[in-house]
Design a binder for this molecule. Structure first.
Ligand code: HBI
Ligand code: FE
Length: 286
């Protein structure tokens, strides 16, 4: 059955990706990794992206990410997903599944709830080396997959998927997407030796990794799920606000309770701009 590409956010153009690939895209949007489609240039682009990012992470990425990155495997070519799965499933019973690109929220959350992480299987062009607005295979593999080897984080992502499916039934997807955005994509962690990134959108970006951890421009506030759910975000520029946790256990504990009563409170309050500052914000110093 042909599946319709997801429109990522109401205002976006249809996403990239071959959603009708010889009927190989399943109803859950998963497909085989189109490994034969990668060109020598793709593998070289991946090698250059990995090399640049791996050199940047010391002192900027959280300890758990740095410890897990080697498990991602190949550095000089695009890895085969089944090779990563052989290690990942043993570590935390997660597996990565190929998708042709962005997929609708319910299939996305359903995969997470089943400990399957959807990894886009196309790679950006060399012209997009420094910036790409949609997740490509480098963003998903380098940004998201290493932390799935961390047991506490891995359980959180599955719980998030389950909670998100529930939220979808309550019409609270926007609030949950904001929480996802400000944690899984753009979250910071306060370590004893300073601030570090754990969000995939930061970890896979050469420019934002330094900006998020070191710049004096953005807000940095302690994570409150309610505050994050009220706060709008921008998808095509550096974040103006970063939310900070002290550990993945804290993230798990903060997001474990049933969100239903929270949605009522969040919806009863005005939304906040991405750069809003509230008197009750717990500001975290660099
Ligand atoms: N689809 N492939 C893919 N990757 C994502 O990160 C993704 C998605 N669909 C929806 C989505 N993310 C967002 O709605 C998240 O906020 C849930
Ligand atoms: Fe992502």
């Amino acid at each position: 059955m042909a599946v319709e590409p997801a429109i990522y956010g109401a205002s976006e153009r249809p996403p990239r990706g071959d959603y009708a690939r010889e009927g190989l895209v399943q109803a859950d949007y998963t497909c085989p990794q189109n490994y034969a489609a990668y060109t020598a240039q793709d593998h070289d682009t991946y090698r250059r992206l990995y090399e640049r990012q791996a050199a940047l992470i010391p002192g900027l990425a959280c300890d758990e990410f740095i410890a897990a990155l080697p498990a991602l495997g190949a550095k000089d070519h695009i890895p085969r997903f089944e090779d990563i799965n052989a290690r990942l499933f043993k570590a935390t019973r997660w597996e990565i599944v190929a998708v042709p690109g962005l997929i609708p929220e319910v299939p996305f959350f359903t995969l997470l709830a089943n400990r399957k992480f959807p990894v886009t299987d196309w790679l950006r062009t060399p012209e997009e080396f420094d910036y790409i607005v949609e997740p490509d295979v480098f963003h998903d593999l380098f940004g998201h997959v290493p932390l799935l080897f961390n047991p506490v984080y891995a359980d959180h992502i599955q719980d998030y998927g389950r909670g998100a499916l529930k939220a979808h039934g309550l019409g609270a997807c926007e609030q949950l997407s904001r929480l996802y955005w400000y944690t899984i994509e753009f979250g910071l962690m306060r370590q004893p030796d300073g601030l570090r990134a754990y969000g995939a959108g930061i970890l896979s970006s050469s420019g934002e990794l330094q900006h998020a951890v070191r710049s004096e421009i953005p807000n940095r506030i302690a994570l409150s799920p309610e505050r994050a759910m009220r706060t709008r975000y921008k998808i095509d520029s550096y974040q103006q606000t970063y939310f900070v946790i002290d550990s993945f256990q804290q993230l798990f504990d903060l997001t474990a309770p049933d969100f239903t009563p929270l949605y009522g409170r969040v919806k009863a309050q005005p939304e906040l701009a991405a750069d809003a500052r509230l008197p009750e914000d717990v500001v975290i110093a660099r």
